[in-house]
Design a protein around this ligand. Structure first.
Ligand SMILES: *[C@@H]1O[C@H](CO)[C@@H](O)[C@H](O)[C@H]1NC(C)=O
Ligand SMILES: *[C@@H]1O[C@H](CO)[C@@H](O)[C@H](O)[C@H]1NC(C)=O
Ligand SMILES: *[C@@H]1O[C@H](CO)[C@@H](O)[C@H](O)[C@H]1NC(C)=O
Ligand SMILES: *[C@@H]1O[C@H](CO)[C@@H](O)[C@H](O)[C@H]1NC(C)=O
Ligand SMILES: *[C@@H]1O[C@H](CO)[C@@H](O)[C@H](O)[C@H]1NC(C)=O
Ligand SMILES: *[C@@H]1O[C@H](CO)[C@@H](O)[C@H](O)[C@H]1NC(C)=O
Ligand SMILES: *[C@@H]1O[C@H](CO)[C@@H](O)[C@H](O)[C@H]1NC(C)=O
Ligand SMILES: *[C@@H]1O[C@H](CO)[C@@H](O)[C@H](O)[C@H]1NC(C)=O
Ligand SMILES: *[C@@H]1O[C@H](CO)[C@@H](O)[C@H](O)[C@H]1NC(C)=O
Ligand SMILES: [Zn+2]
Length: 778
């Protein structure tokens, strides 16, 4: 229901409406005024903007060139009373109500519960709260589901091929008031369908180093079915690595050592994972619709055959199980006893295998999971900016969940809904309209590989890349109550710190202990050590993949942040215990995690204020100096790890330090110009704001990373060997990976030198964008 009656370029007093003709007249007057202003600027503005003219003629008198009510709006600073209203109006009870509604039914991507029920719930709510417009974007994509009539199972076979043990299809029914047969049983999305039979071998976490270890103890995994515990790296990387080592099928399980604590009980009494709990999840290592890489999955798209996609879909079947189930498979493994490091928490002696103590016993994986074309819908709500409607702040969260999704992602969706209400209320009541546009996005099919956000970025790349100021991602909003954690690009460090300092600590005990804001506990629990030194501010993590910011940052170069409340990092877990299981329920959130939804409220306050500040400030609060500072930190850690190799094999290695230093000098000069910009001149503020907005994009290279042409960001991306792990200078790190194992590394070093030059150029070119806009030399 698009309902814009605004004309392009029109400014309006909040919500007052007038006949269209009047708007045209105003638009024409503005056009004439802009022309005259342009002439005046051309005539009076000094070339050297670091010493700006004292006043633009005509400004103070508003003598007929400027329009009453219009020129004021263009140059006015943000009204900070709005900030206080936003923080005050965010209501924890409303968030609780939303979470309850959102988690009533399982809502996996592509299901009617997600595509119809929740799309409509969100769309109707946003229309009712008074967004200017709510639009949907639907894509026809490849998803994957198990066959309900032929459920997935793993069987233990004796020497006569008789079934000794069969894994259960469902997790146990444990949630008070929930019937778990309504959700989809545990499975790994995009696993190929098929039956494989073989010797079983235990591969620990299934990382590259685990196979190296197996090699060193003489275990040959080729032709075996492997069993790996979850944790440490992305599950899709585990499948990929297993495949590369000749494994024919991969069983994934959650080990109690990584997901529970002995003697502390399990769900529903505590939040630790019960024995039948299994982690669903995608094993596709690409991003976006597998059939339309690089382009949107719209009607006119070219679709690759399933066997010909880039990257390829997984080739070996995979299936997830819980630890009481895994015990049945592991208990009789033969071979040497594993090392201490490989020993999990099941009460058995862990052996490597391959094979069982009972000669000729085998495992059989019978997997029915199949790919299927489905529609997925993004819902986009708009608050149109009053002055710069073509500049966007995007605030997004995915909607689809493996089952009920009370933590992942509905805790974030509930926050998005309440933030939407509070912002829209201020707009509707006429108290406020942000300077720039704010887009609220509910993404579809994130769990399968960031499909909804990715297809949308691909479809609208030209609009998003040129016009978006920043992206705020909330996936899970609360997975614990210990502290905030934030993944952030450097331009946003400063504004993130300042925002979090404004938000009251949701924990009364901590307030009593003197930690009044979320920032205080964040600083205490996550102090930032940079190359060994305490920095005095909370840690900012860098961004890998794992949520919808990845395509937005890596394809469109939009500076991004992703934050949540999390658990104590000293707990011996590899993730929050109920992750992607049947047991991520409203019950778990309400009874075991955030009892009164105060932590959700804190996250909503951070998101709302961040969006307001970015959307409303006359000068966009992005900090270019922090990018320079961050680059130098990244260089120092690269140097600590690979410096000797790099210095020995790249003759101009020290140029990296030099170009980063020059970038820092340009950033400092830019800040001087920024601080002196004539804020009464709307076009000059737009000049510096555009330089800030476009800076992150300057780190994109059109050719992309080595072997990853769709990942354009040269400084930040996930590691190729673990899609969760962020990597700085990701192309270099990928090329250096296991270089020692190459018989002749000379060709690889040629590639490294080529890519190193691209990095040097990228930093130099980014620096050039910060100069005064008619200076094309350093
Ligand atoms: C695999 O499972 C399906 C359905 O559950 C069954 O019909 C089929 O016989 C099984 N195949 C083998 C080899 O056990
Ligand atoms: C659970 O759901 C299944 C399938 O919808 C239904 O057959 C069964 O009767 C339900 N059980 C309970 C206890 O509600
Ligand atoms: C590992 O096993 C495979 C299949 O049994 C065999 O072809 C290969 O030669 C073995 N590799 C080593 C190093 O023994
Ligand atoms: C493990 O082996 C023992 C001894 O052969 C047997 O009694 C037991 O049933 C086996 N357990 C499983 C789960 O295979
Ligand atoms: C572990 O198993 C052994 C032998 O089966 C048993 O004696 C012991 O009590 C078990 N320990 C725990 C903590 O369950
Ligand atoms: C997707 O939606 C379109 C338009 O509503 C419909 O024509 C099409 O059949 C749907 N595709 C699938 C795979 O459901
Ligand atoms: C509140 O803070 C205290 C002190 O840090 C801590 O012991 C308690 O667990 C916190 N409450 C919650 C709900 O996390
Ligand atoms: C950028 O951040 C640095 C500290 O990291 C600070 O000194 C500087 O004033 C900030 N600049 C702007 C424009 O906020
Ligand atoms: C160049 O790199 C190789 C690894 O490929 C390393 O062994 C060698 O020491 C490096 N050369 C120098 C001079 O550092
Ligand atoms: Zn999620």
């Amino acid at each position: 229901m698009p309902k814009f009656d605004l004309m392009p370029g029109e400014f309006r007093e909040y919500t007052t409406r007038s006949p269209k003709r009047k708007f045209w007249i105003i638009a024409i007057i503005i056009g004439i005024a802009a022309f005259i202003i342009g002439i005046l600027i051309g005539k009076y503005a000094a070339c050297d903007t670091s010493s700006p003219p004292a006043q633009v003629p005509g400004t103070p008198e508003k003598d007929g060139v400027f329009l009453p009510g219009v020129s004021d709006a263009i140059i006015k600073e943000a009204d900070l009373s709005i900030r206080d209203l936003l923080l005050k109006n965010i209501d924890n009870k409303n968030i609780e109500t939303h979470l309850h509604a959102l988690t009533e039914k399982p809502h996996i991507a592509g299901s009617p519960e997600d595509e119809d029920t929740l799309v409509n719930y969100i769309k109707d709510f946003w229309e009712n709260v008074g967004f200017d417009d709510v639009q949907t974007a639907t894509y026809d994509i490849l998803l994957s589901y198990p066959d309900k009539d032929n459920p997935n199972m793993i069987e233990l076979l004796n020497e006569n091929d008789e079934v000794i043990y069969q894994t259960p299809i469902e997790e146990d029914i444990l949630t008070p008031g929930k019937n778990n047969t309504e959700g989809i049983p545990p499975f790994n999305a995009y696993s190929p369908k098929g039956i494989v039979t073989g010797q079983l071998v235990y591969v620990n976490y299934g990382r590259v180093e685990d196979y190296t270890h197996l090699d060193s103890v003489g275990v040959n995994v080729t032709g075996c079915v492997a069993i790996a515990r979850y944790g440490k790296i992305f599950r899709g990387s585990k499948v990929d690595i297993a495949q590369r080592h000749g494994v024919i099928g991969l069983i994934l399980y959650s080990d109690p050592k990584d997901y529970a604590i002995p003697g502390e009980g399990v769900y529903p009494d505590t939040w630790w994972l019960p024995g039948s709990g299994a982690q669903r999840g995608t094993i596709f290592t690409g991003q976006g619709d597998p059939l339309t890489p690089g382009y949107p999955a719209i009607d006119t798209a070219y679709r690759y055959e399933e066997g010909k996609t880039i990257p390829p879909l997984p080739k070996i079947p995979a299936h997830p199980i819980g630890y009481t189930v895994a015990e049945q498979l592991l208990v009789n493994l033969t071979g040497a006893t594993v090392t201490e490091e490989w020993t999990g928490g099941i009460n058995i002696t862990y052996k490597y295998g391959p094979g069982f103590i009972n000669n000729n016993w085998k495992v059989r994986m019978n997997i029915s999971t199949q790919n299927a074309r489905r529609n997925t819908t993004n819902v986009i709500g708009f608050i149109r900016g009053a002055v710069e409607p073509d500049r966007y702040i995007i605030f997004g969260n995915h909607r689809d969940a493996w089952v009920y999704g009370a933590i992942d992602p509905s805790s974030g969706t509930a926050v998005l809904m309440e933030t939407a209400r509070v912002m829209a209320d201020l707009v509707k009541s006429g108290k406020w309209r942000p300077r720039r546009s704010i887009l609220f996005c509910s993404w579809g099919s994130e769990e399968y590989g960031l499909l909804g956000s990715n297809e949308w970025v691909e479809e609208y790349i030209k609009n998003i890349k040129e016009r978006t100021v920043a992206y705020i991602n909330i996936d899970i909003s609360v997975e614990g109550t210990n502290t905030l954690r934030s993944k952030t690009t450097p331009l946003l460090y400063n504004v993130m710190y300042e925002t979090v300092k404004l938000v009251e600590n949701p924990n009364a005990t901590e307030i009593a202990a003197g930690r009044k804001t979320v920032y205080d506990t964040w600083l205490l629990n996550r102090p930032w050590k940079i190359n060994g030194e305490i920095y005095g501010k909370p840690k900012m993590q860098s961004m890998g993949s794992g949520s919808d910011y990845a395509p937005i940052l890596q394809k469109a170069g939009v500076t991004s942040v992703d934050f949540r409340y999390t658990y104590d990092k000293n707990l011996p877990v590899v993730g929050y215990p109920l992750y992607h299981s049947q047991y991520e329920t409203f019950y778990a959130m309400k009874n075991l995690i955030d009892v009164d939804f105060k932590y959700h409220q804190a996250i909503a306050r951070i998101g709302a204020e961040l969006a307001r500040n970015l959307a409303d400030s006359l000068i966009i609060p992005l900090n270019a100096s922090d990018y320079a500072w961050d680059l130098e930190n990244l260089r120092v850690s690269l140097d600590a790890e690979y410096g000797s190799y790099l210095r020995g094999n790249i003759s101009n290695y020290d140029d990296l330090k030099m170009v980063i230093k020059k970038f820092g000098e340009e950033a400092a000069d830019f800040e001087v110009r920024l601080n002196n910009v004539n804020k009464n001149d709307p076009l000059l503020t737009r000049v510096v704001n555009d330089q800030l907005t476009l800076l992150e994009k300057a780190f994109l290279d059109p050719a992309g990373l080595p072997s990853r042409p769709l990942k354009k960001h040269m400084i930040m991306a996930e590691s190729s060997n673990d899609y969760y792990a962020p990597s700085s200078f990701p192309g270099l790190i990928d090329l250096l990976f296991e270089i020692d194992k190459l018989a002749d590394p000379s060709e690889r070093w040629d590639q490294i030198r080529q890519h190193f030059a691209v990095i040097l150029f990228t930093i130099q070119s980014a620096a050039s964008t910060l100069r005064d806009v008619t200076t094309f030399h350093s």
